[in-house]
Ligand binder design. Structure first.
Ligand SMILES: [Zn+2]
Length: 85
């Protein structure tokens, strides 16, 4: 029974952290969006669904020293799955 309470607390803590992180990121983005265009929105290609996404929004993963970018976690998992076969 005690384990269940610990798990519940961990889960609640995790959720709170996630919300806190999300809020932090939005504040960070607002602060960064200056009118003077900085070149940080390089477009990268998702090898799974062949879509171009801004690098800073992409999900990145390093495989054999090569950096790959995906539009979502789902595509990343899909790619890793096919790679393993
Ligand atoms: Zn994708």
């Amino acid at each position: 029974m005690r384990l269940l309470i610990i798990l519940l607390l961990l889960y609640l803590g995790y959720r709170a952290l996630k919300i806190w992180l999300r809020n932090n990121i939005t504040i960070e983005r607002q602060r960064k969006s200056r009118p003077a265009g900085e070149i940080d929105d390089v477009m990268v290609k998702d090898p799974v669904c062949n879509v171009y996404i801004p690098k800073r929004h992409a999900v990145s993963v390093e495989i054999d020293g090569e950096k790959l970018y995906f539009c979502s976690e789902k595509c990343k998992e899909e790619y890793l799955k096919t790679k393993k076969r």
